[in-house]
Design a protein around this ligand. Structure first.
Ligand code: SF4
Length: 166
């Protein structure tokens, strides 16, 4: 089940994920729904080993968007992006994914390699969303269709900037 292409209409903003550089931030859309990640053996095993509950997580980003309920921590998007939009979120802040919305990450995710995940509970995070150059390489490489990149979604981001209250 790929990312819902109409998620800005079918979801609402539930958080803002900040970067230590105030020029960078992205909105988180929820409530999400259990999808590919909840059916993937590597992901389920990793959650069990951490003792974390696998719950709906929603979509990170608005015009560069990763559905964290679909993302199975493949990592191809992180390695292929020519402008380092993405990072493995746990390499910057190692907390349960459900706690990431409305928090701040230092944006120092160190490992830009496909296999740089901490484990299969990790997620690709569009931490530098505004740097996207619309090449679509990440969309093409994702094996589960977790990513939508669309300039048409920029107005949803701008509206959320004006209206979202923490
Ligand atoms: S579309 Fe290209 S530049 Fe934008 S996030 Fe994806 S890989 Fe990076």
């Amino acid at each position: 089940m790929p990312i819902d292409p109409d998620f800005p209409k079918n979801h609402k903003v539930v958080g803002i994920h900040k970067h230590q550089d105030p020029d960078y931030f992205h909105f988180v859309w929820g409530p999400g729904r259990l999808a590919d990640a909840s059916e993937n053996d590597d992901v389920k095993k990793a959650y069990a080993e951490r003792g974390e509950e696998l719950v709906p997580l929603g979509v990170h980003g608005t015009f560069v968007s990763v559905d964290w309920d679909v993302c199975i921590a493949d990592g191809g998007c992180i390695e292929v992006c020519p402008v380092q939009v993405y990072e493995w979120y746990r390499t910057a802040v190692d907390v349960p994914a459900k706690d990431v919305p409305s928090t701040s990450s230092p944006g120092t995710g160190e490992n830009q390699k496909k296999d740089g995940r901490k484990d299969y509970t990790d997620k690709s995070d569009p931490i530098r969303e505004k740097d996207c150059i619309w090449c679509m390489a990440c969309v093409t490489v994702c094996p589960v269709g977790a990513i939508k990149v669309s300039q048409a979604n920029v107005p949803f981001h701008e509206k959320a900037r004006e209206t979202f209250k923490k």
